[in-house]
Design a protein around this ligand. Structure first.
Ligand SMILES: Nc1ncnc2c1ncn2[C@@H]1O[C@H](COP(=O)(O)OP(=O)(O)OP(=O)(O)O)[C@@H](O)[C@H]1O
Length: 218
């Protein structure tokens, strides 16, 4: 049974021309799927539809074996599929890095001590312990990206949805991100303009073009 199955998704922002016009994708267990496409093609929109932050005008979203329609259906989806937003400022809102990372586990019912231990473990795995006490909004763009990934990994999602994860990363950190992502067991959908990065992480690549997803060639 696929983790995600999107079928004939149509979507327009109110008052705007349609962006998605029959888009479909299947994400199987363990699969790493890349999505590329021009600026404004609708890639971020598609990720938001996958976790129910936007509702398609037509088409179906099935996740973890069930068709999901109502907002309540997506609570479980958002627990099991972690979306790393393109803009870290959409995701980071606590005063310090540790608090931001502990927030998700606390929300999932962990005790304060457990949540702090998880935060420390994720910071160690990502080699970010030096940022532990930093004020989130004063981090650099690249540091914010890595901390955003940490907040999502702390929730131990079964699927990772990554929107332009290499944005704002220098070469060393981009290379480290490749190592981190390659070592993770989760299935992933990776939105990226970076051809080399896509090839390193996700052998299967789709292109969003004119509202539909087609296998990427070449
Ligand atoms: N809330 C909104 N209201 C109206 N239009 C929107 C809204 N959010 C996004 N759009 C428009 O929808 C289109 C698709 O946006 P989206 O962010 O999904 O594209 P993308 O493929 O992720 O682009 P990029 O590669 O630049 O990140 C764009 O033209 C964008 O301007």
């Amino acid at each position: 049974m696929p983790l995600f199955e999107l079928d004939h998704i149509h979507f327009a922002y109110p008052g705007h021309a349609p962006i998605l016009r029959g888009a479909g994708l299947t994400l199987e267990a363990g699969q790493r799927l890349a999505i590329t496409g021009a600026n404004g093609a609708g890639k971020s929109t598609l990720l938001r539809i996958m976790v129910g932050l936007l509702v398609p005008d037509r088409g179906t979203v099935a996740a973890f074996g069930q068709v999901r329609r109502a907002e309540a259906d997506f609570h479980e989806v958002r627990r099991r599929a972690g979306l790393v937003f393109q803009d870290p400022d959409d995701q980071l809102f606590c005063p310090t890095v540790t608090e931001d990372i502990a927030f998700g586990p606390l929300n999932l019912g962990k005790s304060r001590d457990e949540a702090l231990a998880i935060a420390e473990d994720v910071l160690t795995r990502l080699d970010l312990t030096h940022l532990r006490e930093r004020v989130t909004y004063k981090l650099s763009g690249g540091e914010k990206r890595l901390v955003t990934l940490a907040t999502v990994l702390a929730m131990e999602p079964e699927v990772l949805l990554l929107d332009e994860p290499t944005n704002a990363l220098d070469e060393d950190n981009a290379a480290r991100l490749v190592e981190i992502l390659t070592a993770l067991p989760q299935a992933m959908v990776l939105v990226s303009h970076d051809t080399r990065f896509r090839a390193q992480i996700a052998p299967d690549s789709l292109r969003l073009n004119e509202g539909r997803l087609c296998p990427e060639t070449g």
